[in-house]
Design a protein around this ligand. Structure first.
Ligand code: ZN
Ligand code: ZN
Length: 255
């Protein structure tokens, strides 16, 4: 297996691509392949629950994501294996032991990539559903908030496309939630989850084309993976008890 990096590495990696210096406390960057082309504006697309093993399993539903990435790394999600923990670890370059955030409504002091970019007069925007963990954690930190009344990945993607075409946001972080919701409901390997995955592939393909046209480097990752359970309440879970929850992708696209 190739080298595995920490999810915390995302923060410094993104700052590096944008030519910004990360604080010493941030985890080391992913030693990304510098031969690929990198624009200095960055779009990070986080697909909730899309762990590395699920990308493999649903490969046929992900023709673009599986074959068109320029480089792909494996990261290990932070424990506890929850969305808030992992979004903040990726944004702050610090682990759960330091930032201590486990639920989306918790206040935190950790410095994030948004704070560092703001100090450098760069514009940042999150693009996500209003009730999402990303919105609740970061809405006060960004130059521009995502719009209200957005509840599906399709609507999130429409907004993402508009923001990319406007060209004036330096760092866009988009969070897609439908695959996670469907994975809890009917299991991450089920037919319903597969159809959400196919939709993700279509959105990534369109996003990659728009990023290229408008001067963005596109990265795709996840917050954690997901695995099957059989309880009266759920068919899928991410509690860190399986490697399927822990290993997540970090991919770069230029096409
Ligand atoms: Zn999540
Ligand atoms: Zn979930």
């Amino acid at each position: 297996m190739s080298e595995i990096f920490s999810a915390m590495s995302v923060a410094r990696t993104i700052l590096n691509i944008m030519g910004l210096k990360a604080p010493e406390t941030f985890a080391p960057a992913i030693p990304i392949d510098k031969t690929a082309f990198f624009a200095d504006k960055v779009c990070l697309l986080t697909v909730d629950s899309l762990g590395s093993s699920l990308i493999k399993h649903h490969k046929e539903k992900l023709p673009f994501v599986s074959s068109k990435n320029d480089c792909s790394y494996t990261l290990k999600a932070e424990m506890p294996c929850k969305t808030a923990v992992n979004l903040l670890s990726q944004a702050s370059g610090l682990g759960f032991d330091y930032h201590g955030v486990i639920t989306k409504d918790q206040k935190f002091n950790a410095e994030t990539v948004f704070d560092i970019m703001r100090k450098c007069s760069l514009n940042t925007q999150i693009v996500c559903c209003e009730n999402s963990t990303m919105h609740i954690l970061f809405k006060d930190k960004t130059y521009k908030q995502s719009l209200t009344d957005i509840t599906t990945d399709e609507a999130v993607a429409e907004l993402l496309f508009e923001v990319i075409k406007e060209k004036h946001i330096d760092f866009i972080w988009c969070h897609l939630l439908d695959f996670d919701k469907e994975s809890h409901r009917n299991g991450p390997l089920g037919r319903e989850a597969a159809s959400k995955i196919a939709q993700v592939d279509f959105l990534v393909k369109k996003t990659a084309a728009l990023c290229k046209e408008n001067g963005y480097t596109l990265f795709l990752n996840a917050d954690h993976g997901h695995h099957i359970v059989h309880t009266p309440f759920a068919r899928g879970i991410h509690d860190g008890s399986s490697d399927d929850d822990l290993f997540i992708p970090f991919m770069h696209f230029t096409c």
